[in-house]
Design a protein around this ligand. Structure first.
Ligand SMILES: [Ca+2]
Ligand SMILES: [Ca+2]
Length: 170
């Protein structure tokens, strides 16, 4: 019986999202997680284009996620898997070489953080660089990064989920 209780409590503790130091105005759902000095909001179920995604994060005082090392990348990938996001879709991250930032080939985090780590897939950023200015973590490719058009055009939509990042408030 004691073992049962221990297992139950362990599972419960594992399932409860760690987010007590996240900004108070953010909804405390399972999709809100803290890791080191940041809080991350996983927006998985109402896809939009990259500009919409960044505007959404900004509206709550954050920005699209910036990723600075393998540990942060692994945390994001593993959390998405825990949350059941395991198909071939990607999620927008805050890396861009769009004209509104620094322009073609000058990759830049929307948070203005320095680039200290990249996780491009083989052959990325791609050949169509001028039209592909925004980056998805692609789950069919172990979370590796692929550049894509930031918005859809005609019949080609570019609506995906995204991850917002905020400073913790501790
Ligand atoms: Ca970050
Ligand atoms: Ca580009």
């Amino acid at each position: 019986m004691a073992v049962f209780a221990l297992v139950f409590l362990s599972v419960f503790a594992y399932a409860a999202a760690v987010n007590s130091n996240c900004p108070a105005h953010l909804p405390k759902t399972d999709n809100l997680r803290e890791f080191r000095t940041s809080c991350y909001e996983f927006i998985l179920d109402h896809p939009g284009d990259w500009h919409h995604a960044e505007a959404d994060c900004r509206s709550r005082g954050g920005h699209l996620v910036d990723i600075h090392d393998y540990a942060e990348e692994a945390f994001l990938f593993n959390t998405c898997q825990q949350l059941g996001f395991h198909n071939d879709k990607g999620l927008w991250i805050g890396l861009t070489d769009g004209d509104a930032y620094k322009g073609e080939g000058n990759w830049h985090w929307v948070s203005n953080a320095d680039i200290s780590f990249v996780n491009w897939a083989d052959g990325q950023p791609g050949m169509l660089g001028g039209s592909e200015d925004c980056v998805l973590m692609e789950f069919a490719d172990n979370g590796k990064w692929h550049d894509y058009p930031c918005s859809g055009f005609l019949f080609f939509t570019q609506n995906h989920g995204w991850i917002c990042e905020y400073p913790i408030t501790k």
